[in-house]
Write a protein that binds this ligand. Structure first.
Ligand code: ADP
Ligand code: MG
Length: 489
């Protein structure tokens, strides 16, 4: 089985020592999370979940994923500015999915009033897995063949609260350490430098500069308490390093309901400080809006002149339903006129199927009920832990027969990611060598309006690795561990 450990034997005592010292290296580098028990306390932190060793990634695949980022940024930017496309794609979802409908209502209200801030900021992350379906019949195929035949397939495109840019930057040094200590031979380029938090921070600063008031601050909208707080602080740290004159303030949607004010000319103020950029790390899940107060805050922010990351239309463009609609023949081509680039974008799409209440949706549901192991059933939710697999698909789709609520879900072909071996280090769990699979994320930034794109960048990558057989993903949800790629030719 392919792994960086191939040909390396580490005896048990050395392995346990290595795990302990790797945890310490993670701590001193800042790959930190607050604890599950005390998420509100900065006095109690621990290392984030991480893989002991980096996972092997064929260099050409990482390059491919990074190489397509700007086109995906542009695609999603254009989708979010196409009212007809959004409306047509989401019409059946908003009939049955309350959360998406609430976002839609805010979008429509602000659209009808006229957007007071034409510019949106996107800090995106495009997630992929290395699909090996094509080579499964040949398990003995060599590493170089995997590079050639494994296919990068998109899992999802995140347009809101794309996390872990800070923590993953801190992990590179941990893996350099564990690789060196295990006497695994490598060249510098196999463990590439990667600091996406710098690129994301630069994106935020570009938006702040565009707003054009040196005294205005950046607002991080965050959950309180938040276990993943340190990842947010990494971004603030990078912002201050790049421009020490900029203030970052943190508020939850709930606390903004008493601290925020929209002036008659639609400037946004929080405790008398004008806000240039609103960066959401909360607001992507129904439980972030426990009452009407939080929705009112969201509407006020959308109405304001502050630059939003993301705007509500960026958020809508990031729904699973839009991803499925984009996979339809001719949809990408509507937004990307360069034919070759559109074909390239398409090559990352896995099969995706509508579950609308029509004959096509009925067929798709039937197909999944008959072979549930081949599909993932996704509701319009973010943040991990929401999808359905195997028998659950059968039960749910059978129950939803002739029920409009089925349109709130999409069906996706199940990817069979490349299996490697690694030790996953999680607080309170022992670590043994087990089969694992990885998800690669590429970060991108974009700043622009319907008429003009001012910035469009690819700014680094993420890897998350989980035990084989665990269906869901997500580091915060406890399924995945942070990881970095070990590149092979
Ligand atoms: P979320 O918004 O909750 O992160 P995702 O679409 O990323 O939703 O799905 C969550 C996790 O489920 C992913 O991180 C991945 O591990 C797994 N997953 C999602 N889609 C697929 C798929 N098509 N094939 C295999 N696994 C998938
Ligand atoms: Mg995801």
């Amino acid at each position: 089985m392919a792994t960086v450990l191939e040909g390396t034997k580490i005896e048990e005592k050395r392995l346990q020592d290595l795990i302990e010292s790797a945890k310490d290296i993670a701590l001193i580098n800042g790959a930190l999370m607050r604890t599950k028990e005390k998420p509100g306390s900065s006095a109690v932190v621990n290392h984030s979940p991480f893989s002991l060793f980096p996972s092997v990634v064929p260099q050409n695949l990482l390059e491919k994923a990074k190489g397509i980022q700007k086109s995906f940024n542009l695609l999603m930017h254009r989708v979010s500015h196409d009212h007809q496309f959004l409306e047509q794609a989401l019409q059946n979802v908003i009939k049955v999915d309350d959360f998406t409908r609430q976002l839609w209502d805010i979008y429509n209200t602000v659209r009808e009033e006229g957007f007071r801030q034409p510019v949106s900021l996107g800090l995106f992350r495009n997630d992929f897995m290395m699909d090996t379906k094509k080579i499964e019949k040949n398990p003995d195929c060599s590493l170089s063949q995997i590079g050639e035949h494994a296919q990068l397939k998109q899992i999802e495109f995140n347009t809101i609260a794309s996390s872990f840019a800070g923590l993953v930057g801190a992990l590179s040094d941990v893996h350099r350490y564990t690789i060196a200590k295990s006497k695994i031979k490598y060249t510098k380029t196999q463990l590439p430098r990667n600091d996406p938090a710098v690129g994301l921070s630069r994106g935020i600063i570009k938006a702040w500069q565009h707003y054009g008031n040196k005294n205005a601050a950046i607002l991080f909208v965050v959950s309180v308490p938040e276990q993943n707080r340190m990842d947010q602080v990494w971004l603030e740290k990078k912002i201050v390093e790049l421009d020490h004159s900029i203030d970052v303030v943190y508020y939850s949607l709930q606390s903004l309901s008493t601290n925020m004010l929209l002036s008659p000319d639609k400037k946004l103020f929080v405790n008398n400080t004008e806000i240039a950029v609103v960066y959401y790390r909360e607001g992507y899940s129904p439980n972030h809006y426990p009452s009407q107060k939080e929705w009112d805050v969201r509407l006020s922010i959308e109405r304001s002149k502050a630059i939003k990351c993301p705007t509500v239309h960026y958020q809508l463009a990031g729904t699973k339903k839009i991803q499925q609609e984009l996979a339809k023949q001719g949809a990408v081509e509507k937004f990307i006129s360069d034919e070759k680039e559109a074909v390239k974008i398409r090559s990352f799409f896995a099969g995706q199927y509508s579950l609308d209440l029509d004959p096509e949706g009925d067929n798709n549901a039937e197909m999944a009920i008959n072979n549930p192991q081949d599909y993932v059933l996704k509701p319009q939710r973010e943040g991990g832990g929401n999808n359905h697999y195997d028998d659950e698909i059968k039960t749910l789709l059978s129950d939803l027969k002739n029920n409009e609520e089925r349109a709130g879900y999409i069906l996706m072909e199940k990817i069979h990611p490349w299996v490697q071996e690694n030790y996953l280090i999680k607080v309170g769990e022992s670590s043994v060598l087990r089969k694992v699979v990885s998800e690669i994320g590429v970060y991108g930034t974009i700043l622009g309006s319907a008429e003009e794109v001012m910035e469009n960048e690819e700014v680094g990558h993420l890897m998350r690795t989980k035990h084989l057989g665990v269906n869901e993903g997500g580091v915060s949800t406890g399924y995945s561990c942070l990881d970095t790629p070990f590149l092979i030719e």
